[in-house]
Design a protein around this ligand. Structure first.
Ligand code: 5GP
Ligand code: ZN
Length: 145
């Protein structure tokens, strides 16, 4: 892991995050600037790699499996849909060079393509953020007993 990397520090717990799912290998936590409420990031706790290109296949597979677990939890939590996004390189819109999947729940009736605008759907307050996190945690527990 890389102590200069924001997501390595979040994975290590030295920077706090609102966690929704964690295993020995992965951590899923709420994005600080959600494009939709419930916007979640999935990162590896095992190793630092910047993009999908330098990520070993077993780590990439573990990340995708975790993203699927989170997505299933969101659907079990009565969201209407879910988008997976994975950006690579600055020209690909990647701001944090530690590989991550975005798992973005869509409210029922939302429809249409995802609009990628960082921070466009902020939480009203800490209580609303906590409520979304708890809803997703409960959905993950229900969908993945
Ligand atoms: P990227 O553009 O690299 O695909 O996505 C990086 C994401 O990390 C962005 O959606 C951004 O809002 C999120 N982010 C940046 N800094 C932090 C932080 O300190 N905490 C959390 N929870 N999310 C962050
Ligand atoms: Zn890192």
């Amino acid at each position: 892991m890389n102590t200069d990397c924001l997501f390595c520090r979040i994975a290590a717990g030295s920077i706090p995050s609102v966690k929704v799912y964690e295993t020995d290998g992965v951590l899923a936590f709420l994005d600080i600037s959600p494009v939709e409420k419930g916007h979640t990031l999935v990162i590896s706790k095992r190793a630092h790699s910047a993009t999908i290109l330098d990520t070993p296949p077993d780590i990439a597979a573990e990340l995708l499996a975790a993203a699927k677990t989170v997505a299933a939890g969101m659907m079990a939590a009565s969201f209407g849909g879910v988008n997976l996004v994975q950006n690579n390189f600055p020209d690909g819109g990647q701001a944090v060079p530690h590989i991550h999947f975005h798992v973005i729940p869509r409210a029922k009736g939302r429809q249409g393509p995802l609009v990628w605008a960082s921070g466009s759907n902020p939480y009203a307050d800490d209580a609303e953020r906590a409520a979304f996190a708890e809803r997703i945690r409960a959905g993950i527990a229900a969908a993945n007993p």
